[in-house]
Design a protein around this ligand. Sequence first.
Ligand SMILES: Cc1cc2nc3c(=O)[nH]c(=O)nc-3n(C[C@H](O)[C@H](O)[C@H](O)COP(=O)(O)O)c2cc1C
Length: 362
Amino acid sequence: MDNVYLVLPSEEHGQSYIDMMTEWEGTGEHIYPGAIKRKGMNYSDWLDVVKSYNHRETCPPHLVPSDTYFLVDDNKKILGAISIRHYLSESLLNTGGHIGYGIRPTERRKGYAKTMLKMALEKCVKLNIEKVLVTCDKINIASAKTILANGGILENEVVEDDGNVVQRYWINVSDLCVQREKLPMKLVQNNLYNGIMALPSFPVVFVTVERNIMVAAAFHFYSFNPPSVMVGIKPEKYTYELITSNKEFVINIPTKEQLDKIHICGTISGRHEDKYHKASLTPQKGNKVDSYIIKECPVNIECQVVHQIDYKGSHKWFIGEIREVHIDENYVRDDALMFWLGQFRSVGDIIEGACNKDILKR
Ligand SMILES: Cc1cc2nc3c(=O)[nH]c(=O)nc-3n(C[C@H](O)[C@H](O)[C@H](O)COP(=O)(O)O)c2cc1C
């Protein structure tokens, strides 16, 4: 293979970009990564758009910031392109992944995809991404081989609404990190969306209703008296239907060791699958609710829905009064798991003791 390089698009790639896109568009096939599509723009305008995706403050609010690179040879001919998303949104975690890539039709079967993905993984390290999610359609055997050749480990397959099966692979790049500094995720002001992005992490819980499990991070304490919690569910989720009709739910607190089960229950819909079976979890009848609780979780909180907030927004909130609680005698709150912006975290250090009664009275 000739020398190849991963470079950020610049003015000098204009003609090669036009050649590549003309060739690619002529085949009528899907073009990956989506960020390289021309959408009627000339090269200069396209360049401005793709650069705007690099930073949260210039990227459109509905998109995750990303970096798109060209794979070029010594003659600056573009052989393919790859986009790296800085973190995972819910849909990227489900099927999109951190990375989207493609090799132009006339340069395939030369090993470029494998090399390009390898180079992109090194960029992921710089972005502080330790575990990289790369997905491909199950029928795309070549892409699966590329991912496997770069250390991908298949976690599961997700069936999309149109029946297409997507394979989800994780590539652990922490070995590539030598004394890597833990960089904080930097956010810049003057972007309304950043008001959400700047929030600290939220506890991850399993929400069970009837015999179904989903994962929620939109979860919060609501009131001490009566003891109540609230959970935010998107209306398209099966769980939303179940809570609306049953008027009850159970909050099951997982431990850090149950991350694999969180991935299963947080990416598959229970509409057609039994997630207790898929995630090897045991359903146990609740005491005060008809729904099942998860036996393997150290805490189960049975709730009855007393109020539903339907105000506009992506999530609809259910307030549940606590009717029954099961707590494992070995449970410590530090075992819980936090989540936001695609990052799972453990609970941090205590910096002031709970014996400070003045704080509790506030
Ligand atoms: C870490 C994590 C947090 C999530 N948080 C929420 C959430 O707060 N609200 C929500 O509606 N979906 C959330 N999801 C997505 C759902 O768990 C997921 O779409 C699930 O497959 C829905 O299952 P269901 O269709 O059986 O209800 C989250 C997923 C993960 C992995």
